[in-house]
Design a binder for this molecule. Structure first.
Ligand code: TYD
Length: 245
């Protein structure tokens, strides 16, 4: 047996941090585990990711965007996820097909049934055993993302000897939300889009409540990590820990 766990959530929900922490915990406990991400995770997938996030690609048609996410996913499932699951290991994936339904389906208002059909082609129908959802309002997530980017910029400025903070472009989220210039093409969509995405995730959860685990993204990082570990605990009996060296 094997275990396939995905992490989903709006921008700034902290899912990448939590995916990494769970990966480290499972490794420490001796489980065979890999951590990967979407879009990306393979050499070809990372090349596709660069096209998807490039701010210069303003002319990208929604269908192109969907096909590129699907192409990266097909490569990841074929090259990494399926082979690893076949060895009986645990795969943790930072985003998966539910992101396409939330972002391109609800966010870009594309037909969900078409997206599901395309996803079946890309994944051969591979579904996660469990999906950890870090729940947060879209506004809060974007706010967090701006703050962390500002902190990063001002650290960089200090390191470069410029002193102080150079950045304040993002401002706070409100009706006049202006994304800071360093955001990628997908971050930079407007607040209404990100709100539709968050609503979409909640609807997806309602449609398949057994697979999803909704977690409170406001919890302190360590406490949230413990809560996530507790949620997956019952599933770990499917996987045999590695023999100690
Ligand atoms: P990600 O690396 O998870 O970014 P972040 O950690 O900043 O949320 O995902 C990159 C972006 O791609 C993110 O804005 C969500 C978007 N995305 C889609 O629109 N559709 C998809 O199918 C996937 C996997 C991601």
């Amino acid at each position: 047996m094997s275990l396939f766990i995905t992490f989903e959530g709006p921008e700034g929900s902290g899912k990448s941090t939590q995916a990494r922490l769970l990966y480290q915990r499972l490794q420490l406990r001796g489980y065979p585990v890999i951590l990967t991400r979407e879009p990306g995770g393979t050499r070809i997938g990372e090349m596709i990711r660069r096209i998807l996030v490039d701010l210069q690609n303003t002319e990208m048609a929604p269908t192109t965007e969907i096909l590129l996410f699907s192409a990266a996913r097909a490569q990841l499932v074929n090259e990494l996820i399926r082979p690893y699951l076949e060895t009986g290991g645990i795969v943790l994936c930072d985003r998966y097909a539910d992101s396409t339904y939330a972002y391109q389906g609800y966010g870009l208002k594309r037909d969900l049934e078409e997206l599901r059909a395309m996803t079946r082609i890309a994944t051969g129908g591979l579904l996660p055993d469990l999906t950890i959802y870090l729940d947060l309002e879209a506004e809060e997530g974007l706010e967090r993302k701006i703050l962390s980017k500002q902190a990063h910029e001002s650290r960089k400025a200090q390191e470069e000897g410029l002193g102080g903070s150079r950045v304040n472009e993002g401002g706070s989220i409100g009706s006049s939300f202006i994304p800071p210039p360093e955001w990628n093409r997908l971050d930079a969509r407007d607040l209404a889009y990100h709100q539709r995405v968050a609503t979409g995730f909640r609807e997806l959860m309602l449609q398949d409540p057994d697979r999803w685990r909704k977690m409170d993204a406001h919890l302190p990082v360590a406490q949230l990590a413990q809560a996530i570990e507790a949620e997956i605990e019952p599933f770990l009996s499917r996987v045999t820990p590695l023999e100690p060296l």
